[in-house]
Design a binder for this molecule. Structure first.
Ligand SMILES: Cc1ncc(COP(=O)(O)O)c(C=O)c1O
Length: 472
């Protein structure tokens, strides 16, 4: 693509990306600056404390750099595509440059497309809507609901849900067997790169090889992998990658589906409307003749989320410049510290599908003997200013497997109607990333030890599906 406009946007990109160069001493490097790092929150026990955001897997805080880039661009914001004005042309160029930045970030192949969507959920629903007739889809029951469910809506698709494997090798073998037994016709495998429950990394390259051996395609749900790890679509040899901006430190409402163009080009437009059409005219019998675009525009009807796309591209640049390997190494140090600390608390059981030694990102779920997880999470927040998540994390079948649930045992998101100490089918998830200071992990471990040993100091009750502190 040729960029014709001299873009005078004062690029925050010129400023350093990394939080600091303070890696020289033996400790863990400084985090990347994120918004909210100095926010104080009240404690039920009195006073305030700096908020420890340990729910990155749900939504990560915005990188300061992303925020600055968006703020620098905002005065230049204009309508994109066919706007004749200067700012429209500038915004169009930046929007299309953002697509190219994302393509580079993902190591896209020459003829791959990058479609801007709203989120991973939206990206996978788009792909589900683009399946060729009669596609057989294979998923593991361990997927996030966003990767588990969209295929059911595809008109004439068959969905095979494979049971939770207990090792990466088992996953590859099970897929191999299932694909081998499948009838001829289009096939799609959908797999997560890293679990949003256990943080465990899946053998994506091997699963892709198995898929391709049997003539199937594969889409990688990189919602939890991309924020922690380099994702190279060509090197992994996957057909599509989906991820969300808000988990990649760019919470401005954009997501991405990148990969092969053919199924997308041949599918009905995801949304019917302006921008997706080349021409619309009168047709026979009072109808309309519509010619749809065959480019990415086909699936981006309506006015695009320019700022969202720009923010995603800014995050891609910031993470690349900070060094994804260096960030991953830093995260592994925090993860080691977290796991060692939790291992010293016998009442804590960390959930794992693949076992102790499996590779992971900074996402970890656990249960505590004698505690309802919802109560535990509420006490971490109210008494220690620590934000974690509790529940089944939109991966109900996986959490049921990990917690050895009975077939009929109820489990749902939110706080079950169970007394604080009762067993309930839920877990606590702690997740972090490039903006997490070591102090948050230290504080989380101290708070967990204190809650396990001394109990909560406050009283809690379930209110509208949430466990909340009783008012003083
Ligand atoms: C592995 C995984 N896939 C998909 C999603 C859905 O992402 P979004 O809510 O941004 O659509 C999530 C969200 O937590 C996730 O963890």
């Amino acid at each position: 693509m040729t960029v014709t406009t001299a873009a005078p946007v004062p690029a925050a990109a010129a400023r350093p990306a990394a939080g600091s160069d303070a890696c020289a001493d033996a400790g863990i490097c400084a985090p990347l600056p994120v918004l909210g790092r100095d926010v104080s929150v009240p404690l039920v026990t009195g006073g305030e404390v700096t908020y420890a955001a340990l729910d990155y897997a749900a939504s990560a805080p915005a990188l300061q750099r992303v925020w600055d880039d968006v703020a620098a661009y905002a005065p230049y914001y204009g309508s994109v595509h066919r706007g004749a004005g200067y700012l429209s042309q500038l915004s169009t160029d930046l929007f299309e440059q953002s697509r190219e930045t994302v393509a580079r970030f993902l190591g896209c192949r020459e003829d791959d497309q990058v479609v801007f969507t709203r989120s991973t959920t939206d990206s996978l629903n788009l792909l589900a809507a683009a399946l060729p007739s009669g596609t057989h889809v294979f998923v593991f029951e361990t997927e996030h609901h966003a990767a588990l469910l969209p295929w059911r809506r595809a008109a004439d698709a068959t969905v095979s849900c494979l049971p939770a494997p207990r090792t990466p090798e088992q996953a590859v073998a099970a897929l191999d067997v299932a694909l081998h037994a499948a009838a001829k016709g289009p096939k799609l495998v959908c797999v997560t790169g890293a679990s949003n429950v256990t943080g465990e990394i899946w053998p994506v390259r091997e699963l892709a090889a198995a898929a391709h051996r049997h003539g199937a395609r594969i889409v990688l749900d990189a919602a939890q992998l991309a924020p922690h790890h380099a994702v190279d679509i060509a090197e992994l040899d996957v057909d599509w990658v989906a991820f969300s901006g808000h988990k990649l430190y760019a919470p401005f409402g954009a997501g991405v589906l990148a990969g092969r163009a053919d199924w997308l080009r041949e599918a009905e437009p995801y949304l019917a409307g302006g921008g997706a059409t080349r021409t619309v005219g009168r047709g026979a019998h009072g109808g309309l003749d519509v010619e749809w675009h065959t480019s990415v525009a086909r699936h981006e009807a309506g006015s695009p989320n320019v700022i969202g796309a720009y923010a995603v591209a800014s995050a891609c640049r910031a993470l690349t410049e900070a060094g994804l390997d260096r960030l991953a190494e830093r995260e592994q140090q925090l993860l080691r510290r977290l796991r060692e600390g939790l291992a010293e608390i016998p009442q804590v059981r960390v959930l794992s599908l693949f076992g102790e030694d499996s590779a992971r990102v900074g996402v970890l779920s656990f249960v505590v003997d004698g505690w309802n997880s919802s109560h535990f999470a509420a006490a971490l927040s109210a008494e220690h200013g620590i934000g974690v998540r509790d529940g089944l994390f939109c991966a109900h079948p996986l959490v049921r497997v990990l917690l050895d649930a009975e077939p009929g045992e109820p489990g749902e998101c939110g706080a079950p109607d169970a007394a604080p100490g009762d067993r309930a089918l839920n877990a606590i998830r702690v997740s972090f990333g490039a903006g997490t200071p070591e102090e948050h992990v230290t504080r989380f471990l101290a708070a967990t030890r204190s809650l396990v040993r001394q109990g909560a100091v406050w009283k809690y009750r379930t209110e509208a599906g949430r466990c909340v502190p009783l008012k003083a």
